[in-house]
Design a protein around this ligand. Structure first.
Ligand code: ADP
Length: 562
């Protein structure tokens, strides 16, 4: 018989399951990112595009302005948890707001300037924004919205360049000038320690279906996301980098880059409103970033410009993240082979802070094998747990073949929406992404569609993304968008809308022939339309709902080829 004897006076052994950690419970706060960036990386820079070229501030200066802004906001009555909205491009002052507002315990809420007016005012009301900081270049749009924003009490105008635009007016709203408001205020602030699970930022989905929904990020989720995306196998961000942030700060917090820059000390190149291909190329030449991030349509436009203007210099770029919608393989190859720039395909959602996966080929893979990985939506990082759910509700294997809806959970993934119960979007604690695809045994995700864009033809699914990717590899095709349209016999069939490159011609029959052999014959679209432009959403994605609507309204000239 065994017995345990203890020495007289010895403490009982602690139970392993209840062993308290000896670690300090310091909270993960945006305030720390601000303090770290502005002191240890005080010389890192934010370069902002201007009419005349660029303007530059060091992180030390940004930190002092953030403190001044916090004093000013506190003076206007902004307290813990209050929502401070921005209506701004990517620029230095927007960065200052990104840092100051959460660090003082309030909540930064970038408004998407490209939404329909009634969506913007719906969002500002729903979030109960009390203050809006607005770029003077956006005043003409903003002035019309302000009278409809019911909770806003203060507007702060960022005049860049200092100009004389008429200030916006609305009853009960005071209007201030950003520079004047910050003048003479202390360049330091006693940033509070708040609960790491407290709200730090908000972002609304762009509302392609129904009303936009608010996602509320915590200090902890922003901090962890900044650490995560900086990892070498994700965005690989360090103090040696200068990041070109094309993705707007109002689109899923610019994919986390501003905070990751302060965490790591990387410098930032902010294009402000100069996003058209020619001024963007000029800004790249002037600011010389080595990394960047943007949606495929922006990279597509820039590539076209560089191909036509051989003196355009984007040679400082070494690698850039492309995501938000599926990147055509032909575009990734163009960047790599013609410009020596690696486009890294990433998948994410506003609800996921936003990074969900990023595609770098595994060590040791080469050639087409490496491309297979690079063209996928990417591999999940540890904090993003993923599973696929089949049509019958069963969890599917990660075998690279089984197709299901992707569900995710993790510490930087939202568990609900702001004041909006939407049980449809959650499933036993997992977020239903509405994306459909496969996962390989080593965790690479390939998306074939969004649930609502999948084309259901006679009980079989056709991937609109696959057809688009093949079509966009045709030399005459600039853009191709494929949607499902009603069909008497099959329920739904694909309609291909194509935009031809300037000066190129290709008959629809030729394009159909080009697809034949690349996809199964029953997947070939019968309906074809040439369009001047594919309709785009507020963040530059193909707007498939708008295209389906144009078709239903008989606005497209459609060729039928059997
Ligand atoms: P919204 O849902 O309002 O368009 P988001 O930017 O949050 O705004 O969109 C997230 C969605 O974008 C994802 O659910 C997915 O459908 C799509 N998406 C993002 N990245 C990719 C990608 N690399 N490939 C294909 N689809 C993508």
């Amino acid at each position: 018989m065994s017995s345990t004897t203890s020495l007289p006076g010895a403490k009982p052994a602690p139970s392993a399951t209840h062993l308290p950690s000896t670690m300090q419970p310091r909270p993960l706060l945006v305030r720390r990112l601000l303090e770290h960036g502005t002191t240890l990386h005080s010389g890192s820079e934010v370069i902002t595009a201007t009419d005349a070229g660029t303007r530059t501030a060091t992180y030390a200066e940004v930190g002092r302005n953030a403190a001044r802004l916090a004093h000013a906001l506190a003076g206007l009555g902004v307290g813990p948890g209050d929502r401070v909205a921005t209506f701004m491009w990517n620029n230095q002052e927007h960065l200052e707001a990104y840092l100051a507002v959460p660090a003082m315990g309030a909540v930064i809420h970038p408004l998407n300037i490209r939404l329909f007016p009634e969506q913007i005012t719906y969002i500002a009301d729903h979030a109960e924004d009390t203050v809006v900081i607005v770029d003077s270049s956006l005043l003409p749009v903003f002035a019309a919205l302000l009278p409809e924003m019911r909770t806003v009490r203060h507007v702060i105008v960022n005049r860049q360049p200092a100009g004389a635009e008429a200030p916006p007016e609305a009853p009960g709203v005071s209007v201030h000038d950003y520079a004047r408001l910050l003048e003479d205020r202390p360049g330091t602030y006693d940033w509070p320690d708040v609960d790491e699970n407290q709200a730090a930022g908000m972002c609304y989905t762009s509302g392609t279906t129904g009303n936009p929904k608010g996602v509320v990020y915590s200090h902890r989720s922003l901090y962890l996301h900044s650490l995560g995306i900086s990892l070498p196998d994700l965005m690989n961000i360090s103090a040696a980098d200068r990041l070109l942030v094309i993705v707007p700060q109002f689109h899923a917090q610019a994919w986390g880059l501003p905070y990751a820059a302060f965490l790591t000390g990387a410098s930032l190149a902010m294009p402000d409103r100069y996003l058209a291909p020619a001024p963007l190329a000029a800004f790249i030449a002037a600011s010389r970033p080595n990394k960047g991030a943007g949606v495929p349509t922006v990279w597509q436009g820039l590539a076209g410009h560089v191909q036509q203007h051989r003196d355009a210099d984007i040679s400082s770029l070494r690698e850039a993240v492309v995501g938000g919608s599926s990147c055509p393989p032909s575009l990734m190859r163009t960047y790599e082979e013609e410009f020596g720039i690696r486009l890294l395909h990433a998948w994410g959602m506003t609800e996921i802070s936003p990074l969900g996966a990023l595609a770098r080929e595994p060590e040791g893979t080469q050639g087409e094998d490496a491309w297979r990985y690079r063209l996928s939506q990417g591999r999940f990082p540890a904090p993003v747990e993923a599973r696929l759910i089949g049509q019958d509700g069963a969890v599917l294997p990660w075998d690279g073949r089984s197709v299901g809806e992707l569900e995710v959970r993790g510490p930087w993934i939202t568990g609900s929406y702001h004041l909006d119960d939407d049980p449809e979007k959650f499933h036993d604690g997992w977020l239903r992404t509405g994306d459909v695809g496969t996962i390989t045994a080593d965790g690479f995700l390939t998306l074939t569609d969004r649930v609502k864009d999948v084309i259901k033809s006679g009980g079989e699914w056709i991937s609109s993304v696959e057809l688009e990717n093949h079509l966009m590899a045709h030399p005459a095709v600039a853009e191709a968008c494929v949607v499902g349209v009603p069909d008497d016999k099959w329920g739904e069939r694909p309609l291909a809308a194509v935009v031809l490159r300037d000066g190129s011609t290709a008959a629809h029959g030729e394009l159909r022939g080009f697809l034949a052999g690349k996809v199964a014959p029953w997947q070939l679209p019968e309906r074809w339309a040439s369009v001047a432009e594919v309709p785009k959403t507020s963040v530059g994605k193909f707007d498939k709902k708008a295209l389906r609507k144009s078709y239903a309204a008989g606005e497209l000239a459609v060729d039928v080829i059997d």
